[in-house]
Design a binder for this molecule. Sequence first.
Ligand code: ADP
Ligand code: MG
Length: 468
Amino acid sequence: VWSNCLLFIKDNIQPQAYKTWFEPIVAVKLTDNALSIQVPSKFFYEWLEEHYVKILKVSLTKELGEHAKLVYIIKMENTYGNKQPFTEKIPSSNRGALKSQDVDVPLNNKSPELRNPFVIPGIRNVKIESQLNPNYSFENFLEGDSNRLARSAGLAVAAKPGGTSFNPLLIFGGVGLGKTHLAHAIGVDIKDKYPEKTVLYISAEKFTQQYIDSVKKNNRNDFIHFYQIIDVLIIDDVQFLSGKTGTQDVFFHIFNHLHQNGKQVILTSDKAPVDMQDIEQRLLSRFKWGLSAELQHPDFETRVSILKNKLYRDGVEMPDDIIEYVAKNIKTNVRELEGAIISLIAQSSFNKKEITLDLARVIVEKFVKNTKREVSIDYIQKVVSDYFQMDVDTLQSKTRKRHIVQARQLAMFFAKKFTKASLASIGSQIGKRDHATVLHACKTVDNLSSTDKQFRKYVEDITKKLSV
Ligand code: ADP
Ligand code: MG
């Protein structure tokens, strides 16, 4: 029956539309005059109802007669965030629980409920796992001057998701300053206030991976549909999308769809939009539509209260002077602040030592030293160009002069060694080169430093400069 319907439909609509909207459908079963078909997503179902209901009705009536019925079964892939694969049958609005699995093909029926099936109570709950960490709550996100704007914007968004001008809300700031925590907190709060809303937290990296998988498996459309039914989409570390044009493209479309439908988008990034590299202009301009709020380095008081809160939650007591010592000496990063306290606790309990100021000194010193290694690509370029007495522009220039090429290759090599940036992102930051150039640079430096004494000295000198 279904293949006959398809033949008829195929003859009557655009080939591309047929491919997109009808090929993915699987006929599941036929009972009496009701045909069940499986569709990839709720959005898909909505689209079919919106655009192809007539042709479906006509083709089905031809096959099954006047009383033909169509039942949609919505398939959710477990790839896109929800842990359990599940299928959900769409019940009809006006038939009560007993016959709840039928959706009549509403040819002449202009009832608003059927035109917009998602307002029907009871079928809105698409079970997408939100992937939220309940510990990352607003309550646990301590307020200070450094985060006041971002935090209150987050609260405003959580109170009225999609209903403020903060859409998208972009939270940006350096590592370990609480971007991920705050993004979760907004999601957790929304879930609390609006349990029926579909909230999804995902890292840009995972999003990219899913997208690449979907292209490989030929279900890019499912991927898009999946994201288009979300009410609150939280994407963490969007700087990861830099240079990834395919993913940026698909995200652009998803973003537009969500935004147009009043859905909330929350993004985090390690940079302000103006400083983002290799993100398409049209996407950047979207990022700026809402509010960009910065998380800055927390001041001393905030650091102390973060530590006290953490200790309190872990049930650990610690003298104030030690807490203050740690807070005074670890300034740049909340994650490290917490890390230092954790290793302090661990040290004292492993060695059965009391937590003393001396122990705190030793541990904090280690932390401060270790963290010095986290240098930025900008800093590396500066150090390398200073070393060779040129300016950064020269280092980045297109010239093929040997000593400049060498300096550039060294900068790339150290960027690979001392940062977590990908080859592509290193390339784009050091004079807009591609990842192959960076890879080549790293190999060249490796080779030269084992064969060329003078070159090895360069590497050693610069390593020293970068490590102090
Ligand atoms: P980012 O995503 O910016 O790198 P995270 O959100 O992972 O940083 O934060 C690092 C750690 O610091 C987390 O354990 C988080 O709970 C904690 N943290 C950051 N800011 C705060 C804050 N204002 N109050 C309490 N904890 C915080
Ligand atoms: Mg993070």
